[in-house]
Design a protein around this ligand. Structure first.
Ligand code: GLN
Length: 504
C-alpha cells in the first residue's frame, strides 16, 4: 500500500486494513510521519512531533496483533493531540510562553485512554494561546495555515488539530471546545468535529480555560471515525468532579445507522434567529440552505423553531469565559508554574509576578484576564457575571423548549469561511463573531457537531447539528446521514498543500 493510499484512508478503513493484515501500524504511522515531514513546514500545525514514541507504540501494537491479542477498534491508528492536553513526558505548552518547556509528569485521562487503546501519538497540535481565539493567530509560536489556502486561517482555537486532519497528517486528532474550538476549525478546514455533552469526556489533565465550558472531543474526517474516538475517550472519570456517571448511548452504532442515509421520522429544527444569515457570508448561507434541502431529501421533517435568547449567547459567553479564565490563569504566578521573569534578587515577589505575567501572556489572554477580573469585581459582579449566568439559564430553556417539538437543531457552524490572516485581529469583536452559532450549546452543555457541507467559493463550509444533553447519538446519526450526501473532500481537492505541490 502506498503512503498516499494510507494517508487518504479514514481511521475506520485503516483499522480494517490492519486487522486484515494488509498493512502494519508501523507502516501506517511512518506514512503519516512522512506526510508531516512533507507538509508541516508549510502549515505549522504541530508544536511537537514525537516520531520515535509513535513508532514504538505502533511496533508494540503490531507485535500484540501478531500474537493474536485482542485489540480495540482503533489500535494502531495514529492520532494528534491538541497541545492544551497534558501528555506525560511530552511538552505541553497551551501555545503560551508561560508554559514553554513544561513536560507534564502525568497524562490527561483522555490521553491515558488513547494510550490504552494502542493509538500512536504523533505529536501535539497548535492552537490559540490557552485556547482563546478563532484563528490560531494568538498562538505564541506562530499561526497554523489552512491547507485549503495558505493565506487563510484554519479556525481556532484548535486550528492545528483540524489542519493536521485536513492535510492528511493524522487520521484523527483530539480537540477541546469551550465556545466552538472543535467545530469552527472543522467547518473552515472541511473536517468533522464533535463537542460531546459536557461532562462525558474527562477534563482531568486539560489545561483549564473556562472550567464550566471546556469539553474535549474528537476531530476526524468522518462521523464514524469521530464516534470511534469518542468511545475510546469517553466515560466516567473519578478525577473530574463534573464527570457524568451515566454512559452515552452508542455513538458508533448511531454513526453506522446514519450512514444508510435514512432520516425518515426525524424532526429537525431550524433556529429562526440563525436562519436569516445576518452577518454571515452569502456563500455560507447558500451552503446551509442546500444542506437543509439535502436533509429533507433524506426524509427529515424540517420545522422552524424560535430560540429567542441565542442571540445573547455571545455577550454572555464573553463574560463567563473570561471570568473563569481570570481565575484559572491566576495560577501562573511565577512561583508554582512555568515561566519566571525578572527574579534577579532586586525585585519584590509582586514585581516578579507582574513581569512574568507581562512577558508570558499574549494580547488576547491579557484582554480576557482584564475583562474577567472586571466582570467579577465586587461592584460589578451582579451586573455582568450574574446577568450572564441568567442568560445562560434562558438559553438552556430555549433548548429545552425546542426539543419538545424537534429531535435536533441545525444551523451553519460559523458565519464565515476561512478568513485571511490579520483580517480580524484588529477588532476583537470581529474575531468573537466566529462563535455566534457554536456558543449556545457550550452554555447549555448539550452535544453539537460540525460536518463538512461542501465548498463556498472554493473554501469549506460546515453544518452544525445540536442535540439534547446525553443524546450525542442523535447528532451522530444525523451527521452521518448528511455526510452520505456529500462528495468526499479528497486530498486532491485541497489545493495548496494536500494536492498539487506535495502529492505522493
Ligand atoms: N473562539 C472561542 C474563544 O475564543 C472559542 C474558544 C474555545 O472553544 N476554546 O473563546
Amino acid at each position: 500500500m502506498s503512503s498516499a493510499e494510507i494517508t487518504n484512508k479514514t481511521a475506520a478503513e485503516l483499522s480494517q486494513a490492519m486487522t486484515a493484515g494488509e498493512v502494519t501500524s508501523e507502516e501506517v504511522t511512518q506514512a503519516f510521519l512522512d506526510r508531516i515531514d512533507a507538509v508541516e513546514p508549510k502549515l505549522n500545525a504541530f508544536l511537537h512531533i514525537d516520531a520515535e514514541g509513535a513508532l514504538n507504540t505502533a511496533r508494540a501494537v503490531d507485535a500484540a496483533r501478531a500474537k493474536g491479542e485482542e485489540l480495540g477498534p482503533l489500535a494502531g491508528v495514529p492520532i494528534a493531540v491538541k497541545d492544551i492536553v497534558a501528555t506525560k513526558g511530552m511538552p505541553t505548552t497551551a501555545a503560551s510562553k508561560m508554559l514553554e518547556g513544561w513536560i507534564p509528569p502525568y497524562d490527561a485521562t483522555i490521553v491515558e485512554r488513547i494510550k490504552a487503546a494502542g493509538m500512536p501519538i504523533l505529536g501535539k497540535t497548535n492552537l490559540d494561546e490557552f485556547a482563546m481565539g478563532s484563528s490560531t493567530e494568538y498562538s505564541a509560536f506562530g499561526a497554523t495555515r489552512n491547507p485549503w489556502d495558505l493565506g487563510r486561517i484554519p479556525g481556532g482555537s484548535g486550528g492545528g488539530s483540524s489542519a493536521a486532519v485536513a492535510a492528511r497528517m493524522a487520521p484523527l486528532a483530539v480537540g477541546t471546545d469551550t465556545g466552538g474550538s472543535i467545530r469552527q476549525p472543522g467547518a473552515v478546514t472541511g473536517t468533522f468535529g464533535a463537542k460531546p455533552t459536557y461532562g462525558v469526556n474527562s477534563r482531568y489533565g486539560l489545561i483549564a480555560f473556562s472550567s464550566s465550558l471546556d469539553t474535549p472531543g474528537p476531530v476526524s474526517r468522518t462521523a464514524l471515525d469521530a464516534a470511534l474516538l469518542q468511545e475510546v475517550m469517553g466515560g466516567h472519570d473519578p478525577m473530574d468532579a463534573t464527570s457524568i456517571r451515566q454512559a452515552l448511548p452508542s455513538v458508533t452504532e448511531a454513526a453506522r445507522s446514519g450512514a444508510s442515509g435514512d432520516l425518515s421520522g426525524v424532526r429537525l429544527g431550524i433556529v429562526k434567529e440563525f436562519a436569516t444569515g445576518e452577518g454571515a457570508d452569502p456563500g455560507v448561507v447558500a451552503a446551509y440552505q442546500s444542506s437543509v434541502d439535502a436533509l429533507v431529501k433524506l426524509g427529515a421533517e424540517v420545522v422552524e423553531v424560535s430560540c429567542p435568547h441565542f442571540k445573547y449567547g455571545l455577550p454572555a459567553y464573553y463574560l463567563i469565559s473570561p471570568s473563569e479564565c481570570s481565575s484559572n490563569l491566576a495560577r501562573y504566578d511565577s512561583v508554582r508554574y512555568g515561566l519566571r521573569v525578572g527574579d534577579d534578587g532586586t525585585r519584590s515577589l509582586e514585581e516578579v509576578m507582574a513581569a512574568t505575567r507581562e512577558a508570558g501572556f499574549g494580547p488576547e489572554v491579557k484582554r480576557r484576564i482584564i475583562l474577567g477580573t472586571y466582570a467579577l469585581s465586587a461592584g460589578y459582579v451582579d451586573q455582568f457575571y450574574g446577568q450572564a449566568q441568567k442568560v445562560r439559564t434562558l438559553i438552556m430553556r430555549d433548548f429545552e423548549a425546542a426539543y419538545e417539538s424537534v429531535d435536533a437543531l441545525v444551523s451553519p457552524t460559523t458565519p464565515f469561511t476561512a478568513f485571511e490572516f490579520g483580517s480580524r485581529t484588529q477588532d476583537p469583536y470581529q474575531m468573537y463573531l466566529a462563535d455566534l452559532y457554536t456558543i449556545p450549546s457550550n452554555l447549555a452543555g448539550g452535544p453539537a457537531l460540525s460536518v463538512p457541507s461542501g465548498l463556498s467559493d472554493g473554501l469549506p463550509a460546515g453544518l452544525q447539528v445540536m442535540a439534547p444533553t446525553m443524546r450525542d447519538d442523535v447528532s451522530y446519526r444525523i451527521g452521518a446521514a448528511f455526510e452520505s450526501t456529500q462528495a468526499p473532500l479528497l486530498s486532491d481537492q485541497t489545493p495548496d498543500v494536500a494536492g498539487k505541490e506535495v502529492a505522493q
